[in-house]
Design a protein around this ligand. Structure first.
Ligand SMILES: Cc1cc2nc3c(=O)[nH]c(=O)nc-3n(C[C@H](O)[C@H](O)[C@H](O)COP(=O)(O)OP(=O)(O)OC[C@H]3O[C@@H](n4cnc5c(N)ncnc54)[C@H](O)[C@@H]3O)c2cc1C
Length: 391
């Protein structure tokens, strides 16, 4: 009996097998041998809080699919093995003078896993990682290797970008990149009241900014970043004071095991939604020690993107992994829902299929594309089976 658990340990499962695959041939053979009723999920770095990897009989660990296959500095593109950790990817791209356009708050995820859930950083002109996918190599539910791009499949390609591991096993991703760049961080404190009053102005003034508001202190250290031509400053300073290459400044160290709920709302609703979450913590959940995070994000066209068709603000709440977070998160979720919030696919939410269908205009189209690539439902785990539209 095999065993798998996610980063926080909150989600774990005994299952028939975890396959540490290293070749396309091995993956195809495993998929072709799946018996009726057996399901397979792909694991990246296991950093999702949502039950996306668990809930199947077999898991394929894509850690062996790592590295940049080829980088093209002229076209600002690279073809990258999907299991590549973002923390090695940054350096590899840098050697070719290239960089991801943006990335998340940590760099422990695999590229395939980060894209599959719409992982993002902060910046009002910066889209999430999956928006920059140019093409994908994927092994479908019949074990067949496919090359997928807009040129080959038309607008259905926008279904595949935020794929939740439901279309098949992504083995390579061609990413649209930019030239390597340097960032300088600056930070300054704000009280909760200052944030509530000043958020529209902060969002207007700073292209890249984010904060963690601490409920017990009712204050935040607002972190801004600007692109700079200044030389890198080594050793790298602490978070909020760094000046160096993109891949050295963007990721942070987040060692404390927690769960997280994150919702995306229209950018214009961000300040009011944050104000309501702050009041909830001050009035009802006074004991919560964990912060509320606030970030901005540019709209994109991926059908299941949290930023599909709208400029976005993301707001996250956190809780210690040893604590039952459900009452707190359910109260937050009802506020997020009132703002038409969309959940981060990799984080905790309690939505059912019909609610998700109302939040994503292309929900049923997404399932049509999925079913075309995996008609037997090999890649449907418990969560996906629960939220899929009835046929
Ligand atoms: C400490 C921490 C900090 C985080 N910070 C951020 C942040 O700043 N911004 C943000 O947006 N999110 C953040 N997240 C969430 C995280 O980025 C996502 O959950 C991401 O999906 C995790 O990537 P992973 O490689 O661990 O994927 P996993 O959790 O292993 O898998 C996620 C999904 O991707 C699928 N998948 C993985 N690889 C493949 C593949 N090769 N082919 C097909 N499907 C695949 C899986 O089946 C699953 O559905 C954070 C999470 C943690 C724990």
């Amino acid at each position: 009996m095999a065993y798998w658990q996610n980063w926080s340990g909150k989600l774990s499962q005994k299952l028939e097998a975890v396959h540490f695959v290293r070749s396309v041939e091995d993956i195809s053979a495993i998929i072709r041998q799946v018996t009726p009723g057996q399901r397979v999920r792909v694991a990246g770095a296991g950093h999702s809080h949502a039950p996306l990897v668990v809930g199947s009989e077999r898991i394929l660990d894509l850690g062996g699919f790592s590295g940049v296959k080829n980088a093209d500095p002229d076209r600002k593109r690279a073809r990258i093995s999907a299991g590549t950790p973002i923390y090695t990817l940054g350096q590899e791209l840098h050697r070719s003078g290239l960089a991801l356009r943006n990335q998340g708050d940590i760099d422990r995820q695999s590229l395939g896993g980060a894209c599959a859930t719409g992982t993002h950083g902060s910046g009002r002109a910066l889209q999430n990682l999956s928006a920059n996918i140019e093409s994908l190599q994927l092994i479908d539910g019949e074990g067949q290797l496919r090359e997928l791009s807009r040129a080959r499949v038309g607008e259905d390609f926008d279904a595949l970008k935020v794929g939740l591991g439901a279309f098949g096993v992504v083995t390579e991703i061609e990413m649209n990149l930019r030239e390597a760049f340097k960032l300088r961080e600056l930070s300054f404190p704000q009280t909760g009241a200052e944030l509530v009053a000043g958020l529209p102005q902060l969002m207007e003034t700073h292209e890249r900014f984010e904060f963690f508001w601490q409920p017990q202190q009712d204050e935040a250290l607002v972190k801004t970043m600007i692109e700079t031509e200044d030389p890198p400053e080594y050793p790298i300073a602490k978070e909020g004071e760094r000046c160096s290459w993109n891949y050295e400044v963007l990721p942070n160290h987040r060692p404390h095991l927690h769960t997280e709920m994150e919702y995306s709302v229209a950018a214009s609703d961000g300040p009011a939604c944050f104000a309501e979450i702050r009041e909830l913590l001050r009035n009802t959940f006074k004991a919560v020690q964990w912060p509320v995070e606030y970030r901005t994000l540019a709209q994109d066209d991926a059908w299941l993107s949290n930023a599909y068709g709208r400029e976005t603000v993301t707001i996250s709440v956190h809780q210690d992994v040893r604590v039952d977070e459900s009452e707190y998160y359910a109260a937050c979720e009802s506020i997020f829902k009132a703002y038409g919030g969309r959940p981060h696919w990799g984080k905790v939410h309690y939505l059912d299929g019909s609610t998700l269908a109302n939040l994503y205009p292309r929900w049923s189209d997404w399932w049509r594309v999925r079913d075309g690539l995996d008609p037997k439902g090999v890649f449907l785990n418990d969560f996906l089976a629960k939220v899929r539209p009835s046929r």
